[in-house]
Design a protein around this ligand. Structure first.
Ligand code: DUC
Ligand code: ZN
Ligand code: ZN
Length: 455
């Protein structure tokens, strides 16, 4: 054995118990009381919790978007991930016109592989569905890419697909065992409302919210669910942020359909009121934060089990880039940071009693691992699983500031957030990559995850 984590309390999605965890190489090899091996390095976890590392199933690292490139490179983003207890990152690889799926993944992997500090996978976003691309789905799944995404928005940006394409992708996805994720908002309504606001001189960040309010997202959620039900295919809705959409997800699930909803910490913590702030542009992301009723519905969905996962949509931009839209919300690059905040925020909410620690593990680790084809290696602490482990100190007080974060971005929407409890140590496949505030990992350590198809 190389390392033994001693005296801690293990928390998985299903269990809470005291035991030692022995690691050999990259794997957990034993879980038992009082494990002894004189040659092993001892990591003392007295009064601490031992959790599986989180999987962030939704990031946009060094992604060309909004007239620039998101500020976190693969190195910076996965460094911040390690420091926030995220040991697997799922990044979106955007297909370029004429490109194949595997070609898209390989192009992004060339950038990612030398930089990644934790393990990673790609969802390929289908933007140009030719017959060849449709025929390539099976090969892509065999290659280890068992999830694809479609955007129902971003028409001008060339990312959007229409309902016909979405349906073809849903059907083919089911056939080859791939999960299909959708960004659901109605593009025509957004364009119509944006045009009206600009004509009326309504240009502050508040109008970003009003250009894509609750019903704009809900309509697309309902449409996507309708097609998934009609075709009897699974569906994963990314960054769900509105009440009506949440209700439709619940209804479909109650009827027995395989519909998964992901939400993000920013929707659970902030409301659309942030867009009235002087620095409202820093909170501009799509879909935008919504009203209190929507936030309450999301927390209710977490309680009822109808929210399946939490992920971040991590897509940071520097202040000077956000400032492009000071006087015109349409010029603000869309995206916020969160990769280092997701697990600490959710665990702090558990520590305050809002939900159980087990449920946080399920939402942030176990469920994304299962849904996206990398369980049981990822997403739990068990003999044989990867030693992706977070040691959490429930008694530590932590205040988020841009100065104690590890991204390459000069501000954070989470500035000043007080957390009850914080991450002490993160291990990625047995290697300590974060300890007591310090990043100890290495670019190039993270491996591409070849994922399994859906059964
Ligand atoms: N939304 C964002 O805010 N940024 C990146 C892409 C997206 O859908
Ligand atoms: Zn999106
Ligand atoms: Zn996104």
């Amino acid at each position: 054995m190389d390392k033994i984590i001693k005296n801690g309390t293990i928390i998985t999605a299903f269990d809470t118990y005291k035991a030692d965890v022995a690691i050999e190489g990259e794997k957990v090899v034993m879980i038992a009381n009082n494990i002894v091996d004189d040659k092993a390095e001892i990591i003392d976890a007295s009064d601490k919790y031992i959790l599986p590392g989180a999987l962030d199933a939704h990031t946009h690292l060094e992604m060309p978007f909004g007239g620039t490139i998101s500020s976190d490179s693969y190195e910076a983003g996965t460094r911040a991930a390690a420091c926030g207890g995220v040991t697997t990152v799922f990044d979106f690889a955007l297909q370029q016109k004429g490109e194949g799926i595997i070609q898209t993944a390989k192009r992004r992997n060339e950038l990612c592989e030398p930089q990644a500090c934790v393990d990673y996978a790609f969802h390929v976003a289908i933007t140009d569905l030719t017959t060849e691309v449709l025929n390539e789905f099976k090969a892509a799944v065999d290659f280890g890419i068992s999830s694809f995404k479609v955007f129902m928005v971003y028409k001008k940006e060339g990312l959007m697909v229409d309902d016909g394409v979405m349906c073809k992708v849903l059907k083919k996805g089911k056939e080859v065992g791939a999960m299909i994720a959708v960004h659901a908002e109605n593009p025509d309504l957004i364009d119509m409302r944006t045009e009206e606001f600009l004509i009326e001189g309504k240009t502050s960040a508040w109008y970003h919210y009003l250009s894509r309010p609750e019903f704009v997202e809900a309509e697309a959620d309902i449409r996507a669910i309708h097609w998934a039900k009609s075709l009897n295919t699974p569906l994963y809705i990314v960054h769900l942020a509105n009440k009506q959409g949440m209700e439709e997800v619940k209804k479909a699930r109650d009827e027995g359909y395989e519909i998964y909803a992901e939400t993000c910490p920013q929707y659970l913590h902030f409301t659309s009121d942030v867009y009235k702030r002087e620095d409202g542009r820093n909170f501009v992301c799509s879909p935008p934060m919504k009203g209190q009723e929507s936030q309450d519905a999301l927390w209710q969905g977490i309680k009822s089990g109808d929210i399946a996962t939490i992920a971040t949509d991590h897509c940071p931009f520097q202040s000077y880039e956000k400032d492009w839209g000071k006087d015109d919300f349409t010029k603000i690059p869309n995206g916020c940071m969160g990769i280092e905040n997701m697990y600490p925020y959710m665990l702090s909410e558990a520590n305050k009693g809002r939900l159980s620690f087990n449920r946080v593990v399920e939402l942030c680790s176990t469920n994304p691992a299962k849904i996206y084809g990398c369980a049981p290696e990822k997403g739990t602490i068990a003999v044989g699983s990867d030693a992706d482990i977070v040691i959490y100190d429930p008694n530590k007080e932590f205040t988020v500031s841009k100065d104690n974060m590890h991204s390459d971005v000069d501000h954070t929407i989470w500035e000043g957030l007080k957390l009850k409890g914080y991450i002490d140590t993160t291990l990625s496949r047995g290697r300590i990559v974060f300890k007591e505030g310090e990043f100890l990992g290495q670019p190039g350590w993270g491996k591409f995850l070849k994922r399994k198809p859906r059964a």
